[in-house]
Design a protein. Structure first.
Length: 79
């Protein structure tokens, strides 16, 4: 998923070894907190691990949190 104006990615959905992954951008301090709090959030797959996280999508994911993280990623990459 990219912005139309600046062509920057704000999210990426992929299938890795049969699992659905969602990569999103976050602030580095928040990235670490998310990884420590949620076992389904890990350092980004094939992206800068300081600024990007991977959410391993499953039934146990908090959908509201995913929506919030997508919005955050969108805002962080908008400029």
């Amino acid at each position: 998923m990219k912005h139309k104006k600046n062509n920057k990615w704000f999210a990426l959905i992929m299938n890795v070894k049969g699992e659905e992954y969602l990569n999103i951008k976050t602030n580095p301090e928040y990235s670490e907190l998310l990884r420590k709090t949620f076992d389904y959030i890990i350092p980004a797959y094939h992206m800068n691990k300081e600024h990007w996280n991977t959410i391993v999508l499953s039934d146990k994911c908090d959908k509201k949190l995913i929506e919030e993280l997508l919005e955050l990623s969108y805002e962080l990459t908008r400029k």
